[in-house]
Write a new protein. Sequence first.
Length: 283
Amino acid sequence: MNYHSDEQLELLNLLFQEESSQQSTLGNEQRNRQQSHVSEQKSQDAKGNDASSEIEVRPDAGREQRKGTPEVIFGETKGVAQIIAMAQELLKESGRAIVSRVRSEAIAPLQVAFQEYTVCVHESARSMVIYKPDFVRPRSGGHVGVISAGTSDIPVAEEAAIIAGEMGCRVTRIYDVGVAGLHRLVEPLRNLLSNDVDAIIVAAGMDGALPSVVAGIVPVPVIGLPTSIGYGFGGNGIAALLSMLQTCAPGLSVVNIDNGVGAGITAALIANRVAQAREHQSR
């Protein structure tokens, strides 16, 4: 049975036609402008003007409607003006802007720029979500569990939890249950499974062993999230990543080091798909 919505299928049918049309239009416009701008550009270059100072952004505001995942602004390498420009476009189109890896010095200017909106700052996760006052976050019916091995892994785990929540999932957090005290994991896992969790994210640094342990116990997909926590050689997340990649526990997928956004999106896509099938079966 096909659970894809008719709207999504129609979008897929139209996607390449629309992209082709846009590329053709843009190409014609660029060729038409090229000659008229040559002399102007030479004059600007002679004056030492920097063309890169102009902020040009193209956020993918239709991504969530097209494939169920929101556009996320990666703030770590962007200036405040660039983040503001991208967020304004997303707010205009979708009513929400998600910013990951926000630098601490950028938080206050962004709060000032969007003081007429609802701004949620998640400092530990270095994330920010900006909403229009009338924005209503969707509820998909999916359920994602987020587990951290240690307290040092919580910031990356929180980044994943925030994204999964913004994609409509119910999120259950279980923190500080690493393999150094494995008895702490039993009861939380039992609770997750009894509450129909659809996917589980496990964040771990150091030896990165916990995701394999969880994947060897539970009958749901597990996403391993290696973190850059540890000592000395391999302690920047390399050992954790390699350990997860070499797992012998089936059902464990792995994202890159500290990629909370990727883990959250992957888990939410799984959970939302399961929730959609669950809804169809209950009819």
